[in-house]
Design a protein around this ligand. Sequence first.
Ligand code: ADP
Length: 713
Amino acid sequence: MADARPERWLGHFRRVLKYLRPHRRPLIMGLVAALGVGLFYTFSLSSTVPILKVLFAEHESLTDWLYRAEAERRLGVVFPADVPDDPAGVPIDNIRDTSPAAGVLRSDSRITAIGSEPAGSYALLRRIAEHPGTLLPDVRVADATGVRVVALPLRPHREWWDLARRAATLMPAGRSAEDRFRVLLILTAALVVVAVLGGLSRFINEGLVATAVQRAMHDLRTDLADHTLRLPVQWHSLQPSGDTLSRFATDIGKVEVGLSTLFGKVAREPLKALGVLSLAVLLDWQMLVIAVLGLPIGAIVIRAFGRLVKRAQQRASESWGRLLDHLGERLLGIRVVKAYGMESAESQRFESEGRELTRAQTHIELVDAASNPVLEVLASIAVAAFILYGGARVFNQQLEPHLLFGAVVCLGGVFDPLRKMGNVNNRLQQADASARRLFEVLDLPAERSAPATAGRELPRFQRAIEFRNVSFAYPSSPHRLVLDGIDLTVQRGQVVALVGANGSGKTTLVSLLLRFFEPRDGAILIDGHNIAEVTLESLRQQIGLVTQDAIVFSDTVRANIAYGANGVTEEAVRRAARLAHVEEFVDALRIEQGGAVSSGYDAPVSNRTLSGGQRQRIVIARAILRDPPILILDEATSQVDSESERKIQEALEDVTRDRTTFIIAHRFSTIARADLIVVLDAGRIVGQGRHDELMRTCPFYVTLVRTQFAQGV
Ligand code: ADP
């Protein structure tokens, strides 16, 4: 069982990933698109810095600023920001300790010219910024010590310099209001283009991930359905069907949300945060520290919330199961509910059972609702700390205000994707709880892989069926023997009637023959082959089953008769229908559905639209069509009027000819014509033989006939 494993983080959810493997192509393309989302998000935020610059600068143009910033970086000095062009050159405001030109320049120095031609301050800054080498010769510097001509050592360009310079040359370099407006126009147009590309990437990311996830969910659903059908009868008899339905609906739904979140949000948002973070580092690395400091606290909060949600999801899924079970059962028995006037009482019970679900769901929603505000408060504390710290640096002239502004925008740009991730862990934990419920079923051994299945084919039945000292107890009550030391031999062609009080073990006996359950002791042999050692297919192919409840599926009459028989001809279906006396009513069937009328064998039927007797005959036809050498009939005790009963009786007589038949008998006519009557009492055989013999030798049988079969005698 899944529970026995040590709990890995999201261990159950991780196992679902294997369903995505066949659909990895759209998934991978979707993830590549997530890269685009991160990239364009970073671009769009990065445009805020130049936009702020253009809007707030009084003298400098955008390109002037770019050259000044690069000149400052290369020389390791601070020049006065946003001043008018000065024909007397650029003064130095400050020299950083790390400046490569520290030995050459002083804090009162002014660079007046480079080379022979005199130039204004903007042109000088541009020369410094653009100089290709790391030593700028022939620089005229004036300060208190006089005028000198020096060579200025420069830091090398950064990798992105070329790109930035080229982008800058695309912009109008003028400083007039019109030129600035044109720059603003270009920047905002770029912003819109980037938004379009970002939106497109996001659509591709979500669309392709959804495609892959939906396909994977289809596979998972199919797998679960397939496996559920292959689970042993024992499991089905104990498992409430509503709970199984809830696994299909609720739990697969949660897993789906988990996968979409994982490959959508979890792929996208951190990339966005990372992109902006690297931009922020370019602007000012100290912000990285602040951003990173808050993260562990956020992670602890997210984790705590995730745990709460996981537990609540488990309760919610179970509760859904109980609710569906209740509702399903009551809908099935709607006539009983109505006849006994229980509508109000039932809906009250539904209401009270639904409360647990409401509680669990509310719990999930509340934790979810709390996640984001708590993270937002944490984020705003971090932003406030950053503004205080950055503001102090602005006042000390270490940082230009528009850069701080840009940095705060970036910080927001880092926190916003992280905030969106706030409920991701909740979603993943919910998906984990649901995946656990799915694998609880998927991990159960299917009937076919039971160790006793040795894989030999059972040859077609020829001679005799033998129960040899068979005992059995249901696993749910292992100490109560339902069958105890059964010894029984049935020859080919015999009609065997099983009789006994309710609960004496008749149904269990035939269930063992079908291997719905395995005997605890003893063995069942068909022509000397132990049925535990042959394949289930070869065994069940030789047995036709007509159950008392006569199950008809929602399908046409033809499909219901041909159920379980592959590639049969129309003629074969009609022959079986004739033998089972279906033909007598099939022509009269006319069913109207959505305006179209279907009749005869094409009529869509269901358990609800046919009478008990009609259903009985359809299932008998189904059993005949497969032409099994062994037939198991559970006689209907009710539901049929005497006319139908006579028809069914006739049908059965036709059918049982040339077959070995086990009948759980409820009618005197059946025991009267049986070749062998087996009398069961509390799991033991207390008599066997023909009717006349037993009337003489078995007092228990005499009582049974007088009480159970009285009306027939
Ligand atoms: P009969 O067909 O003669 O009425 P059954 O074979 O259905 O009797 O049942 C024999 C006994 O086994 C009954 O006491 C019944 O309660 C019990 N039983 C039947 N099915 C199960 C099950 N799936 N789990 C546990 N006990 C069961």
